[in-house]
Ligand binder design. Structure first.
Ligand code: PMP
Length: 427
């Protein structure tokens, strides 16, 4: 969280009376805005960066570098030409990396669904036959991870996030004696929503922690591995190797996708893990599919060429979205700095800014913003079951709207944060 700076002179601040803030809010409402900061979607300008994909591979181009005819069935592992590029980028051996369909969330769901139906390597029985299966969810976290657990009847237990990733001591305390805890979510790089990065030390602690469950898994969702916003481009900890070194070779399953690299609905998703886990995953996948969409995979391989092609492409994304993140954090600093009613993250990558407001007011901020035509992610969304126990965390997603709209929306959000805090203080 940032050290707040002084508020800009002239703007309504917490020192303004409740009446002044109500007037500022009425002015905001009179603008008749219709703005949306709800979901982390790429903007049209970002999607345009990959427009050339629509003409690839092109009529007559249907064999990959290894001579595979991509139009036909087969190749459950995915196209080697594309896997080689992403193995380099994700720091995993190519033999341990699968290229799959268009969504990594599907791969995560399938991993847990297979575990529920069949168990994973090391399980005593299918997880579905256990009385209770529990799962650690670092909070704030990604709402769709929580939906996967909920859909499969997996109970969620929370641990706090720190600027260096999930609180590893809290994890150790939970898993040491409780065999019902079968695993945890981790978003290691530029986490959704707090932008934190798991340090090597925390990664080592998580993969080494003695767990009562012999089949404890870490679903290592590296959705933002390549999504830098500054020159300080972090390299994600190599959790798969670290886990093997720690004597838990099957603990980590890694996921990534090109959803926020090329097209969010038509990218390619990846799964990497130990040889045993990859074989296990493929065994169950082979009953479900004869092979992935290799045409799309070839299209992506041709579009990028190599790993540097992906890196260069990501810099173009950065040029478009970094100014939007700067707009968010500078307007928050101008309007809320020094007021003591809010703190926020300044992410070096990823898609979100996490804003903490006065406890007990986050849902009121969302309500006020909605009534002023600014749609925010529901308060509570970054928590299991949609419930933020302190009602204080808001997730801001600035990539989709044009920058002028981001500015107007953030100024409006600041007014709502101040009004909600003043109302709360007056209670
Ligand atoms: N993981 C995280 C942490 C995300 O934020 C998102 C997208 N919002 C996803 C996964 C979804 O990825 P995909 O499109 O590959 O399913």
């Amino acid at each position: 969280m940032t050290t707040p700076e002084p508020a800009a002179p002239g703007s309504p601040s917490l020192a303004s009376s409740l009446d002044d803030l109500r007037r500022a809010y009425a002015d905001l409402q009179s603008l008749g805005l219709r703005l949306d900061l709800t979901r982390g979607k790429p903007s049209a300008e970002q999607l345009d960066l990959s427009e050339a994909l629509l003409a690839l591979p092109g009529e007559g181009v249907h064999t990959d570098a290894d001579g595979t005819d991509v139009r036909n069935y087969g190749g459950l592992d995915g196209l080697p030409q594309l896997r080689r590029i992403f193995a380099e980028l994700l720091g995993v051996p190519v033999e341990q990396l699968l290229a799959a369909g268009n969504a990594s969330l599907t791969l995560m769901y399938d991993t847990l669904a297979y575990a529920t139906l069949f168990g994973v390597p090391g399980s005593e029985r299918p997880w579905g036959r256990e009385e209770t299966v529990r799962w650690i969810c670092p909070v704030p976290g990604y709402d769709r991870h929580f939906s996967v657990c909920e859909a499969l009847g997996i109970e969620m237990v929370t641990v706090p996030m720190t600027p260096d990733g999930p609180d590893a001591d809290a994890v150790a305390g939970l898993v040491a004696d409780d065999p019902t805890i079968k695993g945890m979510w981790v978003v290691p790089t530029y986490a959704n929503p707090d932008g934190s990065v798991v340090t090597e030390e925390v990664a080592r602690a998580l993969v080494s922690v003695p767990a009562a469950a012999p089949d404890f898994r870490i679903l290592w969702d590296n959705a933002y591995a390549l999504h830098h916003l500054t020159d300080d481009e972090v390299t994600s900890a190599d959790a798969i190797s670290l886990a093997a070194e720690a004597g838990h070779p099957d603990r980590v399953v890694l996921y990534a996708s090109t959803s926020k690299i090329t097209f969010a609905g038509a990218g390619v998703a990846f799964l990497a893990s130990s040889p045993a886990n990859v074989a296990w995953y493929k065994k169950h996948l082979s009953a479900q599919s004869i092979g992935p969409d290799k045409v799309n995979q070839l299209r992506h391989a041709l579009f990028f060429g190599d790993a540097d092609g992906v890196r260069a492409h990501m810099r173009k994304h950065r040029e478009i979205i970094a100014p939007k993140f700067d707009a968010v954090t500078s307007i928050l600093a101008e309007r809320l700095g020094g007021t003591g009613v809010a703190s926020w993250t300044e992410p070096k990558g990823g898609y979100f800014v996490s804003l903490e407001v006065v406890p007990g007011t986050a849902s009121r901020v969302v309500e006020l913003a909605k009534a002023a035509g600014i749609a925010l992610t529901p308060a509570g969304a970054p928590f299991p079951y949609g419930k933020d126990p302190e009602d204080k965390v808001l997730r801001l997603a600035p990539t989709l709207p044009p920058i002028e709209e981001v500015r107007v929306a953030m100024d409006g959000v600041a007014t709502c944060v101040l009004l909600a805090a003043a109302e709360h203080a007056a209670r």
